[in-house]
Ligand binder design. Structure first.
Ligand SMILES: [Zn+2]
Length: 155
């Protein structure tokens, strides 16, 4: 069993139409990664796709992966590639529910956004849009968790 210290939220920083298959191909063929970038992918529909087992390491934040679980929503940029929190209501609901479930299973883990981890040292020098916006996941995770109301779906 891995010891999980962080549950880290990401955006894919891609068009919202991107598929898990294309992301997997990108990680493997372009980046040459053996491991995927995330454990879970949340589609605009709210469907959550499992990318890899929680016992495996995913390459979400360099230097912090051994003890982290990575969760990404599809989206996070506008049509010009600038950071934008464009999560659908279904994505927010699914994300919140998944975080509750993970927090229940990993009560000692802290929930953070990617940008809360030294963003300047990560993902340098690559021109493709996956993951390299400094603002990932395009919203403040702590503020959102404090304000999100899963009943009224506000915030
Ligand atoms: Zn990220």
């Amino acid at each position: 069993m891995r010891t999980i210290e962080f549950i880290i939220i990401h955006c894919t920083a891609t068009p919202v139409t991107v598929t898990l298959e294309s992301m997997k191909a990108y990680w493997k063929n372009v980046l040459g990664w053996k491991n995927p970038g995330y454990h879970y992918l949340i589609l605009p529909s709210g469907e959550i796709q499992t990318v890899t087992s929680e016992q495996n390491i995913a390459n979400g934040v360099a230097g912090h992966n051994r003890y982290s679980i990575h969760l990404a929503y599809v989206g996070g940029i506008d049509e010009k590639g600038k950071a934008l929190d464009n999560r659908t209501d279904a994505q927010k609901q699914a994300m919140y529910a998944k975080l509750l479930e993970l927090a229940g299973r990993y009560p000692d883990a802290t929930i953070r956004g990617h940008r809360d981890f030294s963003p300047d040292t990560n993902h340098n020098g690559v021109i493709e849009p996956f993951e390299w916006i400094k603002g990932c996941p395009a919203f403040d995770v702590t503020t959102w968790l404090e304000n999100y109301d899963p009943i009224s779906k506000a915030a």
